[in-house]
Design a binder for this molecule. Structure first.
Ligand code: TXA
Ligand code: MG
Length: 319
């Protein structure tokens, strides 16, 4: 991908002025602000209508940069060396002298940090002197965007956004795996494309995340990433006024409209298509979205996690 230096310059200037910038990453598009500025970070919460108790991820150019804000930790360094730059967020203890906005961390003494791999985001992080706080670029509880048109459908014309950086389709298509190293045993707070098994190969045993009670990572809030029409999971039949989100080569017949996450049954391909396809099917002309079963292995677990949240009836965001 060739870099658009003019757009990059505009983005840098916007960040300096405390405005938000839409950034591409390999997982989903982000809504970035200067991570050291309370007023810039406040704009993220305002624009997304995000509950202020839900902390943000801090994005860095390198592990060395991240170490300015977080305590050194052996497992942190091992994971960083193996998986960064890439779709892994690590929760560690923040340094006392860290300048990260306490609004970004919702007042916690821990910090969620990540070094992304997308070349446009890396070019921005390399040039900007501070880390970037960035949640996914969607209003709270709506579907995360994996290409720029999807972001524009949410935020085009918003005066808080100083620049929109184009970066093509997000290759992974699901938000980063979040692992917490601050509890007695490491625990996965949000499943993603980097699986528990892959992480265990590097740092040993990891506890099963509690996806029901904890609000430690509000990404775990039941309702999240939701379309505005109902979603029906594990469909074994389909009604004629429904849209079908299919998977694999043996698809159900009879839907008003069908789109296939991966004809060859490839879970990584399905993950990269999921949010874009859900967004496309999120239309009042369908009574619901019926989703065929997705194998619950590897990245399939992260896909099912997002689908379950998207189909949840209760909106727990404000609990
Ligand atoms: O792939 C991604 O991670 C994308 C791109 C833009 O980097 N970002 C993203 O951010 O998904 P967001 O805000 O949608 O999700 C951040 C998750 C939330 O579930 C939040 O609760 C959790 O990280 N989190 C942030 N700081 C935390 C902390 N100190 N302790 C525990 N969880 C934390
Ligand atoms: Mg999000």
């Amino acid at each position: 991908m060739t870099l658009d230096y003019q757009a990059l310059e505009k983005a840098l200037k916007s960040l300096e002025r405390g405005l938000l910038v839409v950034v591409p990453t390999e997982t989903v598009y982000g809504l970035a602000a200067d991570g050291y500025s309370d007023s810039a970070v406040a704009r993220i919460y305002e624009l997304k209508q995000r509950p202020s108790f839900n902390p943000l991820i801090l994005h860095y150019y390198s592990v060395e940069c991240a170490l300015e804000d977080v305590e050194e930790d052996e497992r942190f360094l091992k994971l960083a060396k193996f998986f960064w730059p890439g779709p892994l967020t690590i929760v560690v203890n923040r340094k006392k002298e860290s300048r990260v906005s306490s609004l970004a961390t919702a007042g916690l003494q821990t910090l969620a940090v990540r070094v992304p791999s997308h070349p446009v985001m890396r070019a921005l992080l390399e040039k900007y002197p501070h880390p970037l706080a960035a949640p996914s670029a969607n209003p709270s509880t709506r579907i995360s965007p994996t290409h720029l048109p999807h972001v524009l459908s949410y935020f085009d014309g918003c005066e808080q956004v100083g620049a929109f950086l184009e970066g093509g389709l997000s290759l992974v298509g699901l938000e980063s795996t979040v692992i917490d190293l601050t509890s007695r045993k490491p625990v996965i707070l949000r499943p993603g494309s980097i699986t528990k098994e892959a992480l265990e190969k590097v740092i040993g045993s990891i506890a099963e995340g509690d996806h029901t009670t904890s609000i430690k990572a509000p990404g775990q809030l039941k309702k999240h990433y939701a379309p505005s029409i109902p979603i029906r999971l594990n469909a074994i039949d389909v009604k004629e006024d429904e849209a079908l989100l299919a998977f694999g080569s043996h698809i159900l017949r009879g839907a008003k409209y069908t789109i296939n996450l991966s004809e060859k049954g490839d879970l990584a391909e399905a993950a990269s298509n999921l949010f874009r396809f859900l967004h496309e099917l999120d239309h009042k002309k369908f009574s619901a979205i019926a989703v065929m079963p997705i194998p619950n292995v590897g990245i399939g677990k992260a896909i099912n996690d997002r689908l379950m949240r998207a189909s949840a009836q209760e909106n727990e965001d404000l609990l």
